[in-house]
Design a protein. Structure first.
Length: 187
């Protein structure tokens, strides 16, 4: 994504053509972020549009010494977290998992992972409970620290760490089931 200063300046002047050009130029990058934090394509599209509007409304605050890609990513992630906070007030989705079955040996698990593509991995991540999914994405994919995640989501650092651990364990269980299914199919 290579956004030129002239395009940003034209967007600040509220030129519709420039705003549309910026949207087209940043769409794929921003959509890839939104998809990681939402449950469906429609939610991702809604979040992207909300986030892009916020980008346009705050473009005059952008400082040219900061890479535009980093700035726009931060704006979108903040919008996604704000949306999550609104949603959190309306419903609490906490799942307790009691009996974890034993995981397969690392070789079988690695074999299953190596045969997966990005969409399959994303399908597994979206099966996590919403809070665990957000913490996992923020920590593993976007590289935030637990302290930052805790502040963003309004939880404690310990809770953030618990959600990360829980996410990893759940993903291991899902991968185990996939590896077992693939093994059974091949036999």
């Amino acid at each position: 994504m290579n956004v030129e200063v002239d395009l940003i300046t034209a967007c600040i002047r509220k030129e519709r053509k420039a705003q549309y050009e910026l949207y087209k130029e940043t769409y794929r990058y921003l959509m890839s972020i939104c998809i990681r934090y939402t449950q469906s394509y429609e939610e991702a599209q809604e979040a992207l549009n909300t986030g892009f509007l916020k980008v346009l409304n705050n473009l005059e605050k952008y400082q040219s010494h900061i890479p535009f890609k980093s700035w726009i990513r931060r704006v979108i992630i903040n919008v996604l977290i704000d949306e999550y906070r609104k949603e959190k007030k309306h419903k609490e989705n906490i799942k307790y998992v009691e009996d974890f079955e034993e995981l397969p040996i690392a070789g079988a698990l690695n074999e299953a992972i190596s045969k997966m593509n990005v969409e399959e991995i994303h399908k597994l991540i979206v099966q996590l409970p919403p809070m665990s999914q957000r913490v996992f994405n923020l920590y593993v994919v976007d590289g935030f620290e637990h302290k930052e995640i805790a502040n963003m989501l309004g939880i404690s650092e310990g809770t953030s760490k618990w959600h990360l651990h829980f996410s990893r364990e759940q993903l291991k269980v899902m991968l185990h089931k996939m590896a077992f299914t693939v093994k059974s199919f091949l036999l």
